[in-house]
Ligand binder design. Structure first.
Ligand SMILES: [Cu+2]
Length: 70
């Protein structure tokens, strides 16, 4: 399921502690939507995702990768 056009999601992921976490999250989102743009900020624990996937699906995908979305 996809939205009509890309949307920007700003998610807070408190457990994202290092570059490996960011990469795991990025890969998980890209496995859902290969065209998604993922920008992780380790300082703020925020991830900016530009995607056509639905927000709930993106959150579920990140949860399935082992990270809690605040
Ligand atoms: Cu890590």
């Amino acid at each position: 399921m996809t939205a009509d056009r890309p949307m920007t999601l700003q998610l807070t992921i408190p457990d994202m502690a290092c570059a490996a976490c960011a990469e795991t999250i990025t890969k998980a989102v890209n496995s859902l939507d290969p065209t998604a743009q993922v920008e992780a900020n380790l300082q703020t624990k925020q991830v900016r995702i530009e995607t056509q996937a639905l927000p709930e699906t993106v959150k579920a995908t990140i949860s399935a990768a082992g990270y809690t979305v605040a």
